[in-house]
Ligand binder design. Structure first.
Ligand SMILES: [Zn+2]
Length: 385
């Protein structure tokens, strides 16, 4: 079989193996088997269940890590797909299925790119990670991979439509809670209704001015849920009400900035309001627990940053002419770049708007181009040091 045929066959095998977040065991086994078959020097499953594969160069040098998450979002019941979401069907140049664009196509391309390197000429080492649980807790599984392999450079393979992304918005999940006082609903004036207080909070928060960044786009504050307590309430004035906001972050925005903008609002004086960053806590399929605050900062590297330039050179040597871009959605780069401060770029086949949709798909050609692109980036990064 031609190398590109086996790459496409592998991408299809990944799509045919469902791997909703928390259920990645089978797909990780498939990835480890493929790494071993392709001649990786080491390939193992870490405590969280992520797959890690290493190719060692002949000469000492830096470590480059290419990361792709292997979990996907689910398939909503009752929504009809034209193509089987777990079929990996190829039609008119596109492969269809959950996880094609986000991001099994990229993951397959990375693994093949690393396997195709000329080891005798290689200095340093190449690590590929297929991380778990990115869809519900960005960055957490990648943190443990990075602690284990200590990369000098990171490439995130999330969809960029083959552009070179040197930035991305961050994300925070904010909980706001109003505290009232319960009373019988026949005498509401004896209590303090936490829902009424929350309505005032929401009205004020919706009026907050949001900054915009010419490169990353606007900061966003989106209300995603609301619940009162007790719920349901039987003849009682609710004493608590909680909302969740999804906040998309711009560079430099801290927890303090984001929460302080709300608590400092003068029109909320007199309301007992608690603000907090949500804490993520999720059990992986191995039984390990991933924890972390849901606050992932934005990141930007300037165009002239040496790793950005190196990656661009690598892509050009692979025959691409990459434009620079930035992620609108939050990726594992929010950890590697935003929190760990390791030089990170994004490069991947597929488009951001193809993630999480019905009839998710990826252009087969783009996967093949991405494989060449990844190899170009790796060679340029390791040759330079
Ligand atoms: Zn993704």
């Amino acid at each position: 079989m031609h190398i590109s045929d086996s790459l496409v066959a592998f991408a299809r095998a990944l799509v045919r193996c469902p791997s909703r977040f928390g259920e990645e065991e089978a797909v990780v086994s498939l990835i480890l088997a493929q790494m071993t078959e392709l001649g990786f020097d080491r390939a193992w499953r870490d405590a969280n269940g992520s797959a890690i594969g290493i190719i060692d160069g002949k000469l000492p040098g830096p470590t480059i890590l290419l990361d792709g998450h292997c979990d996907t979002v689910g398939v909503a019941p009752g929504v009809t797909w034209t193509h089987d979401p777990f079929g990996g069907e190829i039609k008119s140049g596109f492969m269809y299925g959950r996880g094609t664009a986000d991001m099994k196509g990229a993951l397959a391309a990375m693994i093949y790119a690393a396997a195709g390197l000329h080891r005798a000429r290689l200095r340093g080492r190449v690590v590929i990670s297929a991380t778990v649980m990115e869809e519900n807790l960005e960055g957490a599984a990648l943190k443990d991979v990075m602690d284990a392999v200590r990369p000098d450079f990171v490439v995130i393979g999330e969809a960029t439509d083959l552009k070179l992304n040197r930035g991305g918005r961050g994300r925070a999940e904010i909980h706001l809670e109003t505290i009232g006082r319960p009373s019988h609903s026949s005498t509401p004036h004896l209590g303090r209704n936490a829902v009424h207080d929350m309505l005032r909070v929401v009205a004020a928060v919706e009026r907050l001015p949001m900054q915009s960044d010419s490169f990353l786009g606007p900061a966003i504050m989106a209300l995603t849920d609301i619940i009162s307590d007790p719920y349901p309430a039987y003849s009682v004035i609710p004493s608590r009400c909680r909302v969740t906001y999804d906040r998309r972050l711009l560079p430099g925005e801290t927890e303090r900035d984001v929460l302080g903008a709300i608590t400092d609002l003068p029109e909320l004086a007199g309301i007992e309001l608690r603000t907090a960053i949500a804490q993520g806590e999720h059990k992986t399929y191995t039984g390990a627990v991933l924890r972390g605050p849901k606050f992932l900062p934005a990141f930007v590297f300037p165009e002239e940053h040496s790793f950005v330039q190196t990656a661009a050179r690598g892509l050009r040597s692979a025959g691409l002419d990459p434009q620079m871009g930035a992620y609108r959605f939050c990726t594992n780069a929010a950890y590697s770049a935003g929190m760990a401060g390791v030089p990170t770029i994004g490069f991947g086949p597929g488009r951001e708007e193809d993630a999480h949709v019905v009839d998710e798909r990826i252009a087969v050609d783009a996967v093949l181009v991405a494989e060449r692109g990844y190899r170009g980036i790796i060679e340029a990064a390791l040759a330079q040091a």
